[in-house]
Write a protein that binds this ligand. Structure first.
Ligand code: NAP
Length: 311
């Protein structure tokens, strides 16, 4: 990969195919994860030139950041990487709560620095909004950390339009991360236009709809993990989604690509989207997804894909 792109108005430059790491040490999200496989996923990504790595305190919790920190130490390429992490969760008497208070966000950054074995975080997101903290105050705390050099850019995640506006009152928000994929396009109503207007970079999570948009499922595929609770994988919706994915095969074949590449390339054609962070459970998936970087869609192809998945 080459030709780095800038994330929004930040001074961070990345290769647009990044890596999502909730399956690297994310034992609380996916059962039976092998940690060495997780390290190998991160090593493979770095070796292939992926430099935008997305993690969070809550993946594990803590373990994803720790494993990434180990691999960074081993590889010794810290300055080539753009590390994004997220905080806002904490456990109070075994119960998980969300806290956006300035004091807690500052502590979260300090703790992430230790786990990631680094002295700066490139992009720190408030992972989820809490109910109490004014959002501009929460972002103000991150601005202070940015001024101190502990973080280089400010992100928010899972914020509603109203929360994003409040968070960005002073223009400090650099990135918003929200759920968005071809099967869930609600962000097109408000968040994407706002992001474009304010030079905020929009990072879509679940870009592959948890694997459904890779083209690997058929109607007979057994769905016997957490995906069985995902409405996209259930009943008639699953059938309809598969039929849409099926229509991508022809366009993909014309471009000597596969369905997942087309899907990832489609996001990157959107103005506010500079990067995608597909997750991976195996290093081979990283190698596969990285090929999307070489797929360039025409406006006509984008339009065709968009209309297959029209809302
Ligand atoms: P995703 O990217 O939509 O799907 C990733 C899953 O698809 C992988 O774990 C793998 O699962 C399968 N897959 C990936 N590449 C494949 C390929 N080439 N061929 C076949 N299957 C493939 O979902 P995600 O990983 O949950 O989301 C992406 C990232 O967004 C996360 O890793 C995380 O960093 C971030 N995220 C953020 C939030 C937030 O609240 N901000 C929420 C969720 C996720 P299987 O092998 O099991 O099928």
């Amino acid at each position: 990969m080459s030709d780095k792109v800038r994330i929004g108005k930040t001074d961070l430059y990345i290769n647009p195919i990044g890596l999502g790491t909730n399956a690297v040490g994310g034992h609380n999200i996916f059962p039976n994860l092998d940690e060495e496989t997780g390290r190998e996923i991160v090593r493979t990504a770095i070796d292939q030139g992926i430099n935008f790595i997305d993690t969070a305190y809550i993946y594990g919790p803590e373990r994803s950041e720790e494993l990434i920190g180990e691999v960074i130490r081993e590889k010794g390429k810290r300055e080539q990487l753009i590390l994004a992490t997220k905080g806002a969760h904490k456990y109070v008497e075994d119960e998980m709560v969300v806290d956006n208070s300035p004091a807690f966000l500052s502590k979260s950054v300090e703790d992430s620095l230790i786990r990631l074995r680094t002295d700066y975080i490139d992009l720190f997101y408030i992972h989820f909004p809490d109910e109490h903290t004014p959002k501009d105050e929460a972002v103000g705390a991150l601005k202070k950390l940015k001024d101190e050099g502990k973080i280089r850019a400010i992100g928010v995640s899972n914020f509603s339009m109203e929360q994003l506006k409040e968070a960005n009152k002073d223009g400090y928000v650099d990135v918003i991360q929200s759920e968005y994929n071809l099967l869930k396009r609600q962000a097109e109503d408000e968040l994407l236009p706002y992001a474009k207007e304010h030079s905020i970079s929009f990072v879509p999570y679940f870009p592959l709809a948890s694997g459904l948009l890779t083209g690997k499922y058929t109607i007979n595929s057994p769905i016997n993990d957490g995906r069985s609770r995902n409405p996209l994988f259930q009943g008639k919706a699953f059938e309809e989604n598969l039929a849409k994915v099926e229509q991508l095969r022809e366009i993909a074949a014309d471009k000597d690509a596969e369905v997942a590449h087309l899907v990832l390339a489609w996001y990157l054609k959107q103005d506010a989207i500079d990067a995608v962070i597909p997750g991976a459970k195996q290093p081979e998936q990283v190698l596969h997804n990285i090929r999307a970087w070489n797929i360039h869609l025409t406006d006509e192809e984008c339009g065709r894909i968009s209309s297959i998945f029209k809302r």
